[in-house]
Design a protein around this ligand. Sequence first.
Ligand SMILES: [Zn+2]
Length: 460
Amino acid sequence: MNPRFLRLSFVLSCCAALAAQTESPIQQARVKEALEWLASDELLGRDTPSEGLERAAEWLCKRFEAAGLTPGTADGYRHSYALSGERLDSDAVSLVVRATVDGKEQRLELMAGADVRLQRPGSAAEGAAEDAIVIVGEDARFARTLQFGGARKPTVIIVPESHAAWAAAAGARSTLSRRIRNASPMFLVREAAVPEAMRKMGVELDKPVPPSWSVEWKGAAAAPIDIPLANIVGVVKGSDKSDEFVVVSAHYDHIGVGPSDSGDGIHNGADDDATGTTAVLLLAEAIAKGPSPRRSIAFVCFSAEEKGLRGSAAFVENPPMAIEQIRCNVNLEMLGRPEKGKQQKAWVTGREYSDFAALAGESLQRGGIELIDFPMARQLFAASDNLSFAKKGIVAHSISAGSLHEDYHKPTDEASRIDIAHMTAVIRGLEQLVRDLADREAMPQWNDEGRKVIERLGSR
Ligand SMILES: [Zn+2]
């Protein structure tokens, strides 16, 4: 190679390095990295409350800090609130089972934590029953029971050690209160701890009269507690309108571990709503790096959305700024699964209620994203955290860039099914929108239909 060209290529590569330094953080590789972590099996579906959710919270705080965001509350990035719940402990539960196998009574004492874990607490700590329901193997009954069971009769579900439900039930943990009176407990028992002959006594779907076990248990009650939870809030301060806020939000929780057809019970919630959370994070990083917006922008990740929008409800009840200072909420939901031919398109829930969609459509278009209609967009207005803001009169909509696909709220909502290129383009478009909202003079307003709707919703 000619040395002159070598020198030129050196200069060029320096320029490239400089350009890379100022390049937008909204790159496919970074979108993928954040999304894959939030939706990883390690976080066990980010249930509220759970250790996986807490790990996601810690990670978001660190990323907000690294992005140089101002902590959103006096206590840092955490906007703390509490929900009433219960504390249960799989390491304190004891279970003895008896079953008659081939005319002989078999007795099995199961070791707390290692062989038996508490899936659902009972009203009483101790008890005994002759007719506990026993479920072996994953089938429809298993699925239903895991989701709704444990109230009528004591239930024993035999699971392989590899099952996500087994991992999620380890040790001491908290759950939100379910308020079931006279509830019987539900136990998980490790498959290998049960002799095969006894396992065969379990319920199978084709048996008309399911055999049952007699059981005796201790330590199966739960203690009422207040569960500490957090929304994560970071702020990019505005310049001349810094005491007005645009809130950009998504929920970082999902529904945890549950039944599955395939044996993978982890509901990863990749599209719902690791995509929205990833978008909030990358928007925060990109906007913090660029010129100051006129209004302040609060980037908020909510917990407990899947438990009835309770994180956002706690936020608007006790916001870290005065509620009147919040001028608009852009909530992001399910950005990664476009229908065929709908790449780089997005839609707004309840677009007929305000002039938000008209303003947003124009900004998004400049950012390379087209706003389209979605058949269920009106109903979905009341189905995410924007509703908590709307109830307070704040113009608040959710933006989605996909569909209610077949993996919605299923273990198959996995990161590998997300269209990263589409999602990255959408986040870039959203950057334009968020900047415009923070900078523009007039803010979006409800129209008459919108005012009627939020009045009705608010009085509920
Ligand atoms: Zn969601």
